[in-house]
Design a protein around this ligand. Structure first.
Ligand SMILES: Cc1ncc(COP(=O)(O)O)c(C=O)c1O
Length: 395
């Protein structure tokens, strides 16, 4: 990505003139077209009426399905718009009918909300949760996964990129094994979508959940679920409404035949339109271009941080993404975050309870997460490192 393009993208991002934003894994700064489209629809609703505005904007809302499908290489009918990645994941997960003795395979990077759902399901149905070990680099160990793929495995559900670090789990290799054994595969791409190319055909997952506000730069309260066409028809959503199903007689209903059976009728149309624009924005830039730039910036940041004696980098895995995490012997992550915020530098912290299987084992109660996006610059990263050094000097 050349300098003039980066400048143009920053000019297109009002937040860039206000903050040094390294909390893209929390929520990225939206570009102007996303902000404008969202606001314009709210105005339309105010002037026309909500239902009438929605009717007049069908082409814009439909673009979510078209653009999401193009982004992950599937059919628009395989996309459901939902309000966040958790709900997308839930709609897929709670569609499974587990029974005692069934097994769910997951990995140590699993996100808290997903694992809580496993625990709830285990409590109610007797399904067993088995955690795939890590290899020496800290990513999911494919050999261990192979050994665990025996008959009763009902679902493989893993997180591609975790909330708490730069790790990238080998989603595609997992998909090959899942397909070879005919085991359904649910992939959480909340942190990887919009950051790197994702191709569901290459990965071979049956369900994938995504959020809008992180690396896709869409509005908050948006997300989507991918449900493979042949999979969709086998799974009944955990709850339905008059949009996902049709009431055909006093005692009967039929479900929609596309992924929209996982949606609800009422939706935030302004945010949905904003997500459609964010998806188009990412597609126009190109996911390979975005990914190259993110890797360039994050390796630079890791390299700078590695030269600070009191900083310990905490990213696992053999390849790293834009999420850079670290701890520091002298200062707590919260103190670092608060001190940076006073200088208009945004980072976030990940707590042990967000990813207990991983962080507890490493004796990490919390860590600092500085997550870069393509609109960040080397100058910003230098400013961030200098600010951090000053904070660490002040004991
Ligand atoms: C890996 C992972 N999965 C799921 C989620 C939940 O996403 P959402 O807040 O959009 O439901 C997050 C949020 O940080 C996450 O990092």
């Amino acid at each position: 990505m050349d300098k003039s393009l980066v400048n143009r993208l920053r000019e297109d991002t009002p937040g860039c003139t206000h903050v040094l934003h390294l909390n893209n894994a929390g929520a990225a700064l939206s570009p102007r077209p996303v902000i404008d489209a969202t606001k314009q629809h709210l105005d339309k609703e105010a002037l026309m009426g909500g239902y009438e505005a929605a009717l007049a904007s069908i082409e814009d809302t439909e673009s979510v399905y078209k653009n999401a499908a193009q982004l992950i290489n599937c059919n628009p009918d395989e996309i459901a718009f939902v309000e966040n990645a958790t709900r997308a994941w839930d709609m897929a997960f709670y569609s499974f009918k587990f029974k005692p003795g069934d097994k769910i395979l997951t990995a140590t990077a699993e996100y808290a909300s997903n694992y809580l759902a496993f625990l709830q399901m285990a409590k109610h149905t007797g399904v067993e949760i088995e955690v795939i070990k890590n290899d020496a680099s800290g990513q999911l160990d494919l050999e261990d996964l192979k050994n665990k793929l025996d008959a009763p495995v009902k679902l493989i559900a893993i997180t591609h990129v975790p909330t708490q670090g730069g790790l990238i789990n080998p989603a595609q290799a997992v998909g090959k094994l899942a397909q070879a054994m005919g085991i359904p595969y649910l992939l959480d791409t909340t942190q990887s979508i919009g950051q790197m190319p994702i191709d569901v055909e290459a990965i071979g997952c049956d369900f994938l959940c995504a959020t809008g506000r992180k690396y896709l730069r869409g509005p908050r309260g948006t997300g989507f679920l991918y449900a493979r066409e042949k999979t969709t028809l086998q799974y009944e959503p955990p709850f339905i409404d008059l949009h996902s199903a049709k009431w055909i007689s006093d005692n009967d209903y039929v479900l929609r035949r596309d992924a929209r059976r996982f949606e609800t009728w009422e939706q935030n149309i302004a945010a949905k339109i904003g997500l459609g624009v964010a998806l188009r924005y990412a597609l126009e830039l190109g996911l390979s271009t975005i990914w190259d730039r993110i890797q360039h910036l994050s390796s630079y940041l890791r390299q700078q941080l590695s030269q600070m004696p009191s900083i310990q980098l905490q990213d696992l895995g053999s390849h790293h993404c834009g999420i850079v995490t670290f701890t520091c012997r002298e200062k707590s992550p919260t103190d670092i975050q608060t001190a940076l915020l006073k200088q208009k530098i945004n980072v976030s912290i990940s707590l042990e309870e967000y990813a207990r299987l991983d962080l507890s084992k490493r004796n990490i109660s919390s860590l600092v997460r500085a997550s870069v996006h393509y609109y960040n610059t080397i100058d910003e990263l230098d400013t961030f490192c200098k600010a951090l050094e000053r904070i660490l000097c002040k004991q």
